[in-house]
Design a protein around this ligand. Structure first.
Ligand code: GDP
Length: 303
């Protein structure tokens, strides 16, 4: 799996490459630690995560369990990977063949972050793995959201269930689930509204869609993915917190990773939201998607 996209390469060159040199070339004194701290924070790793990781690393160096710069560098990678690790591997989501109902992925996120594109990428990803996918167009609020999803569905080659514009999103979710089940789909991916000017209504609507799905299958939705835009950095994290709390998100789809030179943002997001990053979007094409692998990501970042 290829995760070394442009964003990772650029952040490696501009920020993280310096860390390897610092560890390799100098005695680990206070000025080196300060420099490393500054680099991590500049790369958007976030103050809390930076402090937690460096405090642990410094303690290990002091106690002698980490012997030298080289050891400290590989330990830093391990600690960062642990920060990012997820107990849930998307590639194993559908291993359980006993599931008779579709595996339901509810996707939410604010308009413009890349939600619709990410849904199409997910459909493409799972279709490529031999799964039958159905999409539910439950964003009935934004103008032409249904049409956008239908066009993408056609490109990917999956059915899209939609109602009239302005219809009840819960009713769309209901019909989409029934259709997915009747057609023997493995996965149902449900799009939801992302308008922000009426946040309370939006959260209520998302909770209702969730309830409808849960009423059809008490194990569903199996995943609630929040789509975030990696290029907005720390902006939007407060808003994202509101989403994760209101709708009970299980993971993040981090879109537009190719557009940022600050790959460290994934560590900030992980800590701020308390849910794992499960997929990254690395471009505008359908196959610009990668299941997130924390070890691989940190290795690419700190290569
Ligand atoms: P939505 O409003 O959240 O549904 O956003 P869209 O899916 O319509 O995407 C908004 C814009 O972001 C479009 O121009 C997409 O092509 C672009 N986009 C989405 N994901 C990515 C990505 O991973 N990388 C890049 N470079 N662009 C993306």
């Amino acid at each position: 799996r290829e995760q070394t996209d442009a964003g990772v390469k650029r952040s490696r060159d501009s920020w993280f490459g310096r860390i390897r040199n610092l560890f390799a070339s100098r005695e680990l004194d206070d000025t080196v630690w300060d420099e490393i701290e500054e680099i991590l924070i500049s790369a958007d790793v976030g103050v809390d995560t930076t402090m937690a990781v460096l405090d642990e690393l410094r303690a290990e160096v002091r106690s002698g369990s980490v012997a030298d710069g080289e050891g400290a560098f590989s330990r830093l990678k391990e600690l960062m990977a642990v920060e990012l690790s997820a107990s849930d591997d998307p590639d194993a989501w559908l291993d359980d063949d006993s599931v008779a109902s579709p595996y339901v992925i509810l996707v939410c996120g604010v308009n413009g972050v890349g939600k619709t594109t990410s849904i199409a990428k997910l459909a493409h990803h799972f279709t490529g793995a031999g799964k039958k996918v159905v999409l539910g167009a439950a964003d009935t609020f934004r103008a032409a959201a249904e049409e956008q999803l239908e066009i993408l569905g056609e490109r990917v080659g999956v059915d899209v269930i939609s109602h009239q514009h302005g219809a009840d999103p819960g009713a769309v979710a209901y019909d989409a689930w029934q259709a997915a089940r009747a057609r023997g789909a493995d996965i149902l991916i449900v799009d939801t509204a992302g308008r922000l000017h009426t946040r309370q209504n939006l959260m209520d609507e998302l909770r209702k869609v969730r309830r409808v799905i849960n009423g059809l299958d008490e194990a569903a939705p199996h995943q609630v993915l929040l789509t975030l835009d990696a290029t907005t950095g720390h902006n939007g994290l407060t808003q994202a917190q509101a989403f994760t709390e209101a709708v009970g998100c299980t993971g993040i789809f981090l879109a537009k990773m190719d557009g940022t030179a600050r790959g460290g943002i994934v560590l900030s997001i992980r800590r701020a939201l308390g849910v794992p990053i499960l997929f990254i979007g690395t471009g505008e094409r359908l196959d610009d998607i990668a299941p997130f692998d924390s070890g691989e990501f940190v290795d690419a970042l700190l290569a």
